[in-house]
Design a protein around this ligand. Sequence first.
Ligand SMILES: NC(=O)c1ccc[n+]([C@@H]2O[C@H](COP(=O)([O-])OP(=O)(O)OC[C@H]3O[C@@H](n4cnc5c(N)ncnc54)[C@H](OP(=O)(O)O)[C@@H]3O)[C@@H](O)[C@H]2O)c1
Length: 268
Amino acid sequence: MTPQTPHAPQTPPAYLAGLFSLEGLNAVVTGGSSGIGRAIAGALARAGARVVVVARREAELAATVDELTADGCRAAAVSCDLGSREGVRAGAEEAAAVFGEPDILVNSAGINLRPPMGEMTDEVWDATMAVNLEAPHLLGRRFGPGMAERGFGRIIHVSSQQAHRAFVQSGAYGVSKGALESLTRSQAEAWSPRGVTCNTLVPGFVMTPLNARLSSDPERVAALAARTLTGRNGLAEDFAGAAVFLASRASGYVTGQSLFVDGGFSVH
Ligand SMILES: NC(=O)c1ccc[n+]([C@@H]2O[C@H](COP(=O)([O-])OP(=O)(O)OC[C@H]3O[C@@H](n4cnc5c(N)ncnc54)[C@H](OP(=O)(O)O)[C@@H]3O)[C@@H](O)[C@H]2O)c1
């Protein structure tokens, strides 16, 4: 991107490209085969980034890549289990080998197993922390220093309104998401002095496979929509604009923040 001066008139497309184009950047999106992650992967790819989507199920990964390449985007998939340290480390190397070291890392992979605190087991606690918190931490450690060395990077986490309030048996899930927002700030402290911004997108209630059980209850769905200032529940596509902004050069002075993309759910 060439630096712009106030005296260099530009067409709107050139001006917008200077702010938001992701041409020439590599992105890794965990959970990029479903729901919010898939919408974010699509948005980054359509904004010009080369995108590697990372998750376990190969059919969903392949379908995502097919959709993006059919649209003229550059995309690839890596199948790995982010529920173990070995899985995260192997997946990270494989993802970096496709297009090169990522400039943008999005951690959208997440699980919500929902047992109430009183019924918590070690297995649920460990699995939740591994995917929702430890994987973002390890991927940050793997890719953050390289981004800082190159002087540019964008790390975007996806937490939850349950990082801020107890809601529908938040249990271990809410704890993991609260810690993820703290991780964001620690990462920002470590790498933002060298051009790497680290931020979190905070969804409210979004109609995705993650909450299929809740989404299939029309009364609950209607009640949640009514409690949202925009009058509807979230869709995965609602995250496209915010993700492109946080991945782009336009957000260079925004770091350590939690950006609520929730139709006003959190302020009502
Ligand atoms: N939907 C909501 O209302 C809502 C609200 C607040 C926050 N969020 C957060 O938003 C993020 C995306 O959720 P979503 O609603 O889009 O859910 P989703 O549609 O269920 O997508 C979850 C993604 O994570 C991947 N994943 C899960 N476990 C994995 C593992 N062990 N290893 C690798 N990949 C794994 C899944 O692929 P595989 O199963 O194939 O591995 C899938 O691609 C999550 O972090 C979630 O906590 C969602």
